[in-house]
Design a binder for this molecule. Structure first.
Ligand code: CTP
Length: 402
């Protein structure tokens, strides 16, 4: 319930604005008080009258509305709420927020507020994936703005992909979550995920079958428990969680740099399938077929990131969790791997092709720590992630060193 909570709802100008009418209704059902702000563009999609009728209150629209200034200045308006919610957060609004512009009522309130801000982005998939929007999203995350969505799916513009605004109930849940302090709130956790690509030449590379599904699910589950997640991912099939701080890399060496830059953290979860070797003889130019026979590739060993972090003499994360992808004698190999790498827990799984785990949606894992072996039944990767996040939360609450 959101009884007694005051939500300042900034409605941006996108087709998804119509969903905010339902959002207002849902918020009020939960006992929240909603003060709506309409941008000029939003008025093209919803009328001030319908918004005001549903919110049961006045709608604020113009920065220079003198009556409002007399009633309540915009600075005061930005402070009365317990949370500011922007839905839909258009690419334009996000850009303004990231830049700190204040040229209308919505952007001025966002710059002046001292309450938490949650945004529900909605835009065409190309706009969402544009480097400018990605930069802005990253900036906003660093500024402490929380995100809900966007979801992937069919879009009003006829395209498919991430960009759809979250559904009203998802936004209500995300708002509620802002008021609940999860057991991992205040914890910064690093998650590596996906495969790495090791170039042979500018157009060819060596990779593996990791989809990034398990790492992504873990990042989402940790965030659902309140953790701040730095998600370092190789080129995965599964899109990264939209509300994590995402660092995209290609190679193991780039991943090493990103991991080092993310430290210090409270915990590291190393779910990436990092290539063990890179091509030492990688060419700057595309290798040509030649009459002299087949190309000969020579390899160099990649750094072992899990081992490096586990064995740090200073600033080692208090909890380091590794994965062990095995095809035989899973527990014995994983137990030895935990000792060899120096991590605290190892999550072992059988990736032999018959299990369908690598690239599939399910996983059957065994968690090994200094106290023993914990065999989990086969379940979805999301459930594995939730159980692992709960185990991490439990570990910290028992350690009680917050
Ligand atoms: N890992 C890593 N850096 C590497 C290789 C692996 O951080 N260069 C991490 C993985 O993210 C995983 C764990 O180490 O958490 C084990 O990965 P795995 O491929 O099972 O082990 P390897 O060290 O490659 O051992 P082997 O291939 O001999 O089984």
């Amino acid at each position: 319930m959101l009884t007694g909570k005051h939500v300042l709802l900034i409605i941006g100008g996108g087709i998804a604005a119509f969903k905010t009418l339902d959002l207002i209704r849902r918020l009020r059902e939960q006992g929240a008080q909603v003060t709506p702000i309409l941008t000029k563009a939003a008025e093209e999609f919803v009328t001030p009258l319908s918004v005001s009728a549903l919110a049961g209150t006045k709608v604020y629209r113009d920065l220079f509305d003198l009556t409002d200034e007399a009633e309540m200045g915009h600075i005061q308006l930005s402070r009365v709420a317990d949370i500011v919610v922007v839905a839909p957060a258009t690419a334009d609004l996000m850009a303004k927020m990231a830049q700190g512009l204040a040229n209308d009522l919505a952007s001025t309130l966002l710059l002046a507020t001292d309450t938490p801000v949650l945004i529900a982005p909605a835009m065409n998939v190309r706009m969402w994936e544009h480097p400018a929007t990605r930069r802005n999203a990253e900036q906003l995350r660093q500024d402490g703005v929380a995100f809900v969505g966007p979801n992937a799916g069919d879009m009003a513009c006829g395209e498919f992909g991430p960009g759809r605004m979250s559904e009203p109930l998802e936004i209500v849940a995300a708002i509620s979550q802002q008021f609940e302090k999860g057991p991992l709130s205040g914890r910064k956790i690093l998650v590596t995920s996906g495969p790495t690509h090791e170039p042979i030449d500018p157009v060819r590379y060596i990779a593996n079958r990791s989809s990034g599904a398990q790492g992504t699910a873990i990042a989402k589950a940790l965030m659902a428990q309140g953790a701040e997640v730095v998600f370092i991912t190789g080129p995965a099939d599964v899109p990264p969680p939209p509300d994590a701080q995402v660092v995209r890399v290609e190679t193991a060496l780039e991943m090493q740099e990103a991991v080092r830059a993310a430290l210090p953290v409270d915990a590291g979860v190393f779910a990436a399938a990092v290539a063990d070797w890179r091509v030492a003889s990688a060419s700057d130019q595309k290798l040509k077929k030649s009459l002299d026979g087949l190309p000969v590739l020579s390899f160099a060993e990649n750094p072992d990131l899990l081992r490096e972090v586990s064995r740090m003499s200073e600033g080692r994360p208090p909890l380091v969790v590794g994965f062990a992808a095995e095809t035989d004698d899973v527990v014995a190999h994983a137990t030895a791997k935990r000792i060899r790498k120096g991590c605290d827990w190892i999550v072992a799984n059988d990736v032999s092709p018959a299990t369908g785990i690598m690239g599939g949606s399910e996983n059957a894992v065994t968690v090994i720590d200094a106290n023993g072996v914990d065999v989990w039944p086969r379940m979805s990767k999301d459930q594995v992630a939730q159980r692992l996040a709960a185990r991490i939360a439990d570990h910290f609450s028992q350690a009680g060193d917050h």
